[in-house]
Design a protein around this ligand. Structure first.
Ligand SMILES: Cc1cc2nc3c(=O)[nH]c(=O)nc-3n(C[C@H](O)[C@H](O)[C@H](O)COP(=O)(O)OP(=O)(O)OC[C@H]3O[C@@H](n4cnc5c(N)ncnc54)[C@H](O)[C@@H]3O)c2cc1C
Ligand code: SF4
Length: 345
């Protein structure tokens, strides 16, 4: 049986108190929301924090509302299950609701939070293993070792961003509100950054945020013709992390033409990927027409060119690459037809 290492649990009652604890304990501290990823990682000794700071009692991180201009405000402690079922989220951000609804399984979605998902550690089949397993291999760059088992001779970790909500939030141009304590990002206070600015290409720590607390996620209003869907390739129909996650956004004009689109992918590299070139053929086309069907083919092919799966997560990389155009076509179609999510049972 895997046991948790010793740690001290703190349960601050205010955000200011939590930020002060973070600032005080620095690298020795770790935040815990639902704990569905942190605790297994601690059992694997990937993280051995001396102090664990619970976010459960922080009022500012709870709740979900729609502001008068249509902005969806999601507290970081909102559960994935709530996101998947809330009608306000389903109507304004279908790709996000669908992505949240495909994370892990029902129990984990009830415990797991949006904040924990956005801030999820990267994953790799050589890293998400027990200490004993990793020690037999001499560990790796990301934790305790000096070599990468994915890229021979590689000096950089390429563990994969595997959080399902990240590409959905990117497709929605979500903004993240962080609160930091003294000494971080120029001192205590709040900052807001676009989700695209959060993730970096460094698999060891793929976020530009350190020692800050994600307070809320703000999803800007979408136009009436907004359509969205999430597609997830995985080995089993539940529980599994994505082998490929794809969020599709299509905004239609009143005349039914594609006026804006987004395709964002996860489970490829350390940062979720915006497939910018792939959306171009779609613009100006009208779903249901031969031009749109042809644009789907082109979008799939352009996406395949941009996606280069690695042996960082399970699943044959060549197979995962061949599935990119398939998921691009299916997820875009599901978005315009309102039939998402796309996944196998
Ligand atoms: C069997 C299994 C299957 C899974 N399958 C999937 C899957 O398919 N897709 C997927 O995306 N995830 C999956 N997960 C991972 C996890 O359940 C989810 O990602 C979940 O959303 C994590 O949220 P949490 O609240 O439990 O995070 P926690 O485990 O509490 O925290 C995760 C990380 O985020 C940090 N953190 C949490 N909240 C904040 C905050 N507000 N501000 C700053 N940092 C914060 C923590 O310090 C920690 O580093 C799976 C987990 C398991 C055990
Ligand atoms: S890609 Fe995997 S094996 Fe390579 S350093 Fe990162 S976690 Fe370790």
């Amino acid at each position: 049986m895997l046991r948790l290492p010793q740690f001290e649990l703190t349960e601050p009652a205010t955000l200011a108190e939590a930020c002060a604890l973070l600032a005080e304990h620095g690298d020795q501290a770790q935040l815990i929301a639902g704990g569905t990823d942190l605790l297994p990682n601690m059992k694997h000794e990937l993280f051995t924090p001396r102090v664990v700071i619970s976010l459960a009692k922080l009022r500012e991180l709870h709740g979900l509302c729609v502001e008068s201009d249509g902005t969806l405000v999601l507290g970081a402690m909102t559960s994935l299950d709530t996101l998947a079922h809330d009608e306000r989220v389903r109507a304004r951000a279908p790709a996000l609701a669908q992505a949240a609804g495909l994370v892990a399984g029902p129990q984990l979605r009830r415990m797991g939070t949006l904040g924990g998902n956005v801030m999820l550690d990267t994953r790799c089949q050589w890293y998400n293993q027990t200490y004993f397993w990793r020690s037999a291999l001499g560990f790796c760059l990301k934790k305790d070792g000096s070599a990468c088992h994915v890229v021979a001779g590689g000096a950089k970790c390429v563990a994969a961003a595997s959080n399902d909500t990240a590409p959905a939030l990117m497709s929605l141009d979500a903004m993240l509100v962080f609160q930091g304590g003294a000494g971080f990002h120029g001192g205590p206070g709040r900052r807001t950054l676009a989700i695209d600015e959060l993730y970096t290409a460094d698999g060891i720590h793929n976020k530009s945020s350190r020692a800050e607390i994600l307070v809320e996620v703000r999803v800007p209003p979408v136009p009436p013709g907004h359509r969205g869907a999430y597609g997830k390739l995985r080995e089993r129909g539940s529980i599994d992390f994505p082998l490929l996650g794809l969020a599709a956004r299509v905004d239609l004009s009143p005349a039914g033409e594609v006026v804006a689109a987004a395709l964002c992918a996860v489970a490829l590299q350390a940062r979720p990927l915006r497939l910018q070139k792939a959306i171009r053929p779609l613009l100006g086309t009208r779903p249901g027409t031969p031009a749109f069907r042809s644009a789907l083919e082109s979008a799939g092919e352009l996406a395949r060119k941009q996606c280069h799966p690695l042996a960082n997560i399970p699943g044959d990389p060549d197979y995962r690459r061949e599935m990119v155009p398939v998921y691009v076509r299916r997820t875009l179609t599901a978005a315009v037809e309102g039939t998402g999510p796309v996944h196998h049972i």
